[in-house]
Design a protein around this ligand. Sequence first.
Ligand code: ZN
Length: 470
Amino acid sequence: MEQMIQEYMTQVKAFFEGHREEFLADLAEMVAIDSQRTEAKEGMPYGEGPAKALAKTLEIAAGYGLYTENWDNYVGIIQLNDSKERKLEILAHLDVVPEGKGWTVTEPFVMKEVDGRVYGRGTADDKGPALAAIYALRAVKELGISLNEDVRVVVGCDEECGSSDLDYYWTKTSPAEMTFSPDADYPLINLEKGHFGVKISGKLPLASDRIKLLRAVCGTKSNVIPADAELWVSGEAEETAKNLLAALEQETGVRSTMAMEDQNLHIELHGTAAHAADPDMGNNAATAMLQLLAGLFAEDEPMLQALRQIFPHGDGHGRAAGIYGCDDESGEITVSFNILNIDEDGTLFAEVDSRTPISMSEPDFAPLPSKLEAAGFAVKTSCSQPHYVSPDTPLVKTLLAHYEEWFGEKGECIAIGGGTYVHGLPGGVAFGCAKQGVDNKMHGPDEFAEVDQLLVSGMLFTTAIADLCK
Ligand SMILES: [Zn+2]
């Protein structure tokens, strides 16, 4: 890093340390506004919450003498001055996911500091990082750091429900030369795998002369490995089921309960939930149920047996499905079978989520739909491209150099299975603000951000801006 930047470091550190309480007071005001997306209202495409959070955030920024614009309550922009050009853009968001239940430290919209952490919905995702970026602009301004090129912070209002805020934004302007988004993890994400989705339907009335499947349900979201499954069976199934469940638990670790309910057998299976991009972290109740069903209806059910063979329990990487693939940059493909519903008349619906390496493309996934179709199922697929930025770009190298300077840890690129706010934006990377290995409980109860992590991020953004826009 250049001498010039090194000289700023002391001043920048002192600025953030001196404004710690003010930063937390501003963040508390932002967190106090429940900004989950609700029904659209006149001039408020995402409802009142996101619009109020945007107004408050722009008011805070304007209070520090920064230039702000509200773009129809889709996004707001914050700059040092009113120039239209900018070299660097920082994308953060102000909308939040629903608060949910189970908060123990504070109410979700009442920010509380405990042991160097601030708890509340949005502290980590993504109001805290958004404010750190705004404070970086404030620091540049108040410390009199001179820039030859401009920087813009964009605060969006719809990241959590599909990023239509940015779709709107890109209809009004074109991307800056460089973009990063502090809405993920450090050190820096330069690779987001592609996505391949499969919806499976078919008709397979599961009945033998002894037993009949009344209903099977498992999974609600295609991107979550399901923890629980339930099924109801009529007829003489108790003894067979008991043996199969004991074997299932021994083989897979999936636990079960079994009870009689109105003359029918009711079975529940309990595995472990995980994100679809991390199948090895979960214990999939849907594939366990498939295995159980295949045992219960062994005779004469070729469609069921085929499905079980394509998605054996424990195979999270598509080996049996015939689409295994892997490369050094991305790691392995993930393939998870996350929804399985069968009605009394045998109507089956299932859904599969796959995160795909950059070296693979749609033709490589064809063996899966063709196996399913050969077994008699109807299949609908969807495919989206991976996102990749070379580690050798000036943006990536500069951000990582500043990261090493401020955090004292090795700055390196990482690959993830999910998509971030910059997915599909050429050259865009996700950078901060979560520390690797720390679970900030984003989207869950007791979401928190470490205060020092946010403040050091603000310092890092300040010197990175000074360097990139000099
Ligand atoms: Zn986010």
